[in-house]
Design a protein around this ligand. Structure first.
Ligand code: SF4
Length: 376
């Protein structure tokens, strides 16, 4: 009996050519139907075309949160607390500065500073956090305040978004994290995060930030109530904005972690690693104007993170010397730089430490094959 031809090969317009700009329909074909090996190979070739080297970067960062008090109540969040909850905290600037100082002693070069939507925190507090860190650790790179936080703060303080961004820029910040994108679909956001920035607002903050002069990242949290078409639409929205503004440095996807969250009661089980790999590869192919795609050992698993590198990703994320958000969802992954170097080398790549602008700080030795290659 003849073997069935894989559905992908019978597609009328297989998007197989490198350099081709994939349509939404083609993106969906990539995500859902292309055989895994072909998809990974195509995405890896696209990565090599953009970055013709074997370097995989990582950043030594720390992620303290200034507050976990939040009135947004996203249904996927296990981190937020009500103001009167005994586990609620709001750290003063000197505490955050001390945390950063300690992380810097352990090798951190970047602080990713984010917090809940806390009505007691104003712009003057944000500026006080920045000043305290800059005074305590002048050499550290501060990467603070996601678009979702920006929208909340601008609304609360009655400040135009552009003015708020300019204030942060004038305080010396040059890069912003792209957190809170979740899925850029108003339908999905109404279901999982109805009180947080809309998809339009998230994109608008990113656009304005690029206009002010910031470089920013773009995230995506998938594996909950979204459809595959909405994942692809998310990628297309980012690509369209990048065509206009050019300020995105990287795309950082992660899968929803159900533990301890209200949405987790509804959605049992985690995304299969194969889906994560397909998302990484599809992103590399769809986001032809993004310099970097991140595959994270931290948010998924070490093997999934490594496979992501073979599916077109070129960055391995951060060491996350302090991390609280995933930890709140029961996702605990402590590591060291030595671990990350080993994980990258075992994937066959040369590790390099970068800063938050993706400039390489230090290139490490390439991998060497010693002994059994099937070392678990
Ligand atoms: S995800 Fe962020 S905005 Fe949403 S509830 Fe949690 S802390 Fe608040």
């Amino acid at each position: 009996m003849a073997r069935a031809t894989p559905e992908w090969h019978s597609a009328p317009n297989p998007p197989a050519a490198l350099g081709h700009r994939y349509s939404s329909a083609e993106g969906l074909e990539l995500l859902q139907k292309m055989p895994m090996g072909e998809l990974m190979g195509l995405a890896y070739a696209a990565r090599r075309k953009r970055l013709p080297n074997d370097i995989v970067t990582f950043v030594a960062d720390t992620n303290p949160n200034y507050t976990n008090v939040c009135e947004s109540g996203c249904r996927f969040c296990a981190f937020r607390r009500q103001a009167d909850d005994e586990a609620a905290f709001t750290h003063p600037p000197e505490v955050i500065a001390e945390k950063v100082r300690q992380a810097q002693r352990r090798g951190a070069t970047t602080v990713l500073l984010q917090g809940g939507h806390n009505p007691a925190i104003g712009v003057k507090d944000w500026l006080a956090y920045l000043r305290a860190i800059q005074t305590a650790c002048p050499a550290i790179h501060i990467h603070p305040f996601s678009p979702a936080e920006m929208v909340y703060m601008a609304d609360k303080e009655g400040v135009p978004l552009r003015d708020l961004l300019q204030m942060i820029y004038d305080a010396g910040v040059r890069t912003l994290p792209g957190g809170g994108a979740e899925i850029l679909s108003e339908r999905v956001r109404a279901e999982i995060a109805p009180a947080k920035a809309t998809a339009f607002e998230w994109l608008e903050v990113s656009r304005l930030a690029h206009e002010v002069g910031f470089r920013t990242t773009a995230t995506m949290m998938f594996g909950h109530v979204e459809t595959d078409a909405e994942i692809v639409a998310h990628l297309v929205a980012l690509r369209d904005l990048q065509d206009r503004s050019g300020g995105f440095t990287s795309f950082i996807p992660w899968s929803f972690k159900p533990g301890n969250s209200p949405l987790g009661q509804q959605i049992q089980g985690q995304v299969h690693p194969a889906k994560y790999i397909r998302v990484i590869a599809t992103a590399r192919l769809m986001l032809d104007n993004f310099p970097h795609i991140q595959s994270s050992w931290f948010s998924e698993s070490v093997p999934a993170g490594q496979m992501g590198l073979l599916a077109g990703a070129d960055d391995f994320g951060g060491l996350l010397i302090e991390e609280n958000v995933h930890l709140s969802a029961g996702h605990d992954r402590a590591t060291t730089m030595a671990d990350v170097l080993t994980i990258i080398r075992r994937s066959g790549f040369t590790p390099a430490q970068r800063d938050s602008s993706y400039r390489i700080i230090k290139r490490f030795d390439p991998p060497t094959v010693v002994g059994c290659a099937v070392d678990p």
